[in-house]
Design a protein around this ligand. Structure first.
Ligand code: AP5
Ligand code: MG
Length: 216
């Protein structure tokens, strides 16, 4: 099973992908996470994309298509993949068709997380993660059970993304509206799109996704 999670910044793509990894053994392919790793490691790609990401603009199609190609090559075809934050343009959607065919995969579902953009600013500006294991938290909605101690790995170090400020979030949302939302008809024509209410609780969204996947 290969699926795409589609939705604007803060819609819950990463949150839901992590649950599917944990509960269903799927593999999360987040181009955002891959690019942030490249920036952290100072690779040539990282140096090229750092300022673009900090501004909330999209990096080039070529870069992300290549990252996805490399990751798919490293997986066995029976490992189900969740595409998180990819594709984001029509050109990426077309490239993904070619990459899926190349790696012997088919697309099962495109799940659109339907959300209210103003609420997303609150979600994103409150978000932080464990610096060690990556568990996600939120200043107002999901604090660790013990203050400043990760629930999962007990680390006391946390981090925030440099692009999680209101100004950059607005740019990221505008990019989503202009370039990513227009790829929905490409998949609607193939009857692959399921719309899930992304404003429901994390557990309810999880249940709705499981229902779409026929796992509920
Ligand atoms: P990327 O990392 O993909 O970021 P994004 O799309 O802006 O989305 P986010 O990761 O911010 O949100 P999310 O939907 O994963 O939400 P989350 O689950 O964390 O991309 C970053 C940058 O990289 C881009 O701007 C671009 O520069 C570049 N890039 C990446 N891919 C690219 C591509 N393909 N092409 C070109 N450029 C690319 O949830 C957010 C918060 O809300 C969390 O705190 C969470 O706990 C909370 N939350 C989640 N669900 C709920 C809920 N149901 N109720 C209440 N709170 C919730
Ligand atoms: Mg994410």
């Amino acid at each position: 099973m290969n699926i795409i999670l589609l939705g604007p910044p803060g819609a819950g793509k990463g949150t839901q992908a992590a649950r599917l990894v944990k509960e269903r053994g799927m593999v999360q392919l987040s181009t955002g996470d891959m690019l942030r790793a490249a920036v952290r490691e100072g690779t040539p790609t990282g140096l090229e994309v750092k300022a673009i990401m900090a501004a909330g603009d999209l990096v080039s199609d070529e870069i992300v298509n290549q990252l996805i190609d490399e990751k798919l090559a490293s997986l066995s075809p029976d490992q189900g993949v969740i595409f998180d934050g990819y594709p984001r343009t029509r050109a990426q959607a077309e490239a993904l068709d070619g990459l899926l065919a190349k790696h012997g995969r088919t697309l099962g579902h495109v799940i659109e997380l339907d959300v209210d953009e103003d609420a997303l600013v609150d979600r994103i500006t409150g978000r932080f993660t464990c610096a060690k294991c990556g568990e996600g938290y939120h200043d107002r909605h999901k604090l660790p059970a013990v203050e400043n101690v990760c629930d999962v790995c007990a680390s006391t170090e946390f981090k925030r993304r440099p692009d999680d400020n209101e100004e950059t979030v607005r740019t990221r949302m505008a990019e989503y509206r202009a370039k990513t939302a227009p790829i929905l008809p490409f998949y609607e024509a193939r009857k692959l799109v399921a719309r899930v209410d992304g404003m429901a609780s994390i557990e309810q969204v999880d249940a709705a996704i499981e229902a779409v996947l026929g796992l509920a």
